[in-house]
Ligand binder design. Sequence first.
Ligand code: SF4
Length: 344
Amino acid sequence: MKPTDKIPLIGMTLSRLREVASACGMPAFSAKQMAQWLYEKRVTDIEEMTNLSKKARARLSEEYCVGRFDPKMEARSVDGTVKYLFEGVGGRDIEAVYIPDKERATLCVSSQAGCKMNCSFCMTGKQGFHGNLTSADIINQILSIPESEKLTNIVFMGMGEPMDNLDAVLGAIEVLTESWGFAWSPKRITVSSIGKIKELRTLLDTTKVHIAISVHSPFPQERLSLMPVEKVYPLKDVLALLSNYDFAHQRRLSVEYIMFRGLNDDLRHADALARLLKGLNCRVNLIRFHAIPGVDLKTTSEPAMVAFRDRLNELGITATIRTSRGEDIMAACGMLAGKAQEKN
Ligand code: SF4
């Protein structure tokens, strides 16, 4: 169960651990020792931090705990994908999805319980917003799934808009990439966003992670009908911001495009999308829509997706069709959490 009476240590950056050490009367170097126990040795109890004095461990335990907790439910797909359900915030559960694929083992993590953005095609959006996850909640998803040690990549593409919870996401990225933390290359991390401009700029300036931007239509009015956020953060402004950054070398930019039959999947859209992305170093991921209850959007046929991809490729835009995973365990984001909530 999620610990509630004490402050979790996982998710803390080294500077935060230094503050904790100082407040508990421990020497400054114990911050690095704690980081090593938390992120390298992956202990689940402060008592396992055996190079801290007994007195320090006792003092630490008065206010803090490691903060790990197991998923409360899981759903396994025949293709190896596993959806885990964790306790989130505001009484709402959140999902993390483990996706093995040959040499890669990716975890799709959530950053919020629900979401404020209300995209019309999204099950999480339909559930409303229930609260921001902490860095501890995010890091716990990574540390507490059974396949944790196998993970090669993290994508912030689960429930919530990561730029709407930037501090916690930046904290988690620092833990993942710094030498005292997981020491991962930022190239193993992708953050997906609808494009909250100010926060996206901060993410771009302070990290080197890959970026995925949700586009879904090249036409403003149509995008607005799918994503109300277009009104506040028009796609043209998001693309203008992205055009200032280098996506040819250290980091990658992906454009996410969910295809809806008869809405955004004809060649007119492919041509307009190619025009919009001209000059931007990116690749387009075409994503099959998974029907969700109460939403009158349809899945595009495979031939239409192939034709759309080929047209983009002909126009000089690299495009691929993302393989759907875990369809038998309700692959669409937010579906398992929604089901669990219905049961409750
Ligand atoms: S698609 Fe992303 S941003 Fe839109 S409602 Fe769903 S979780 Fe939020």
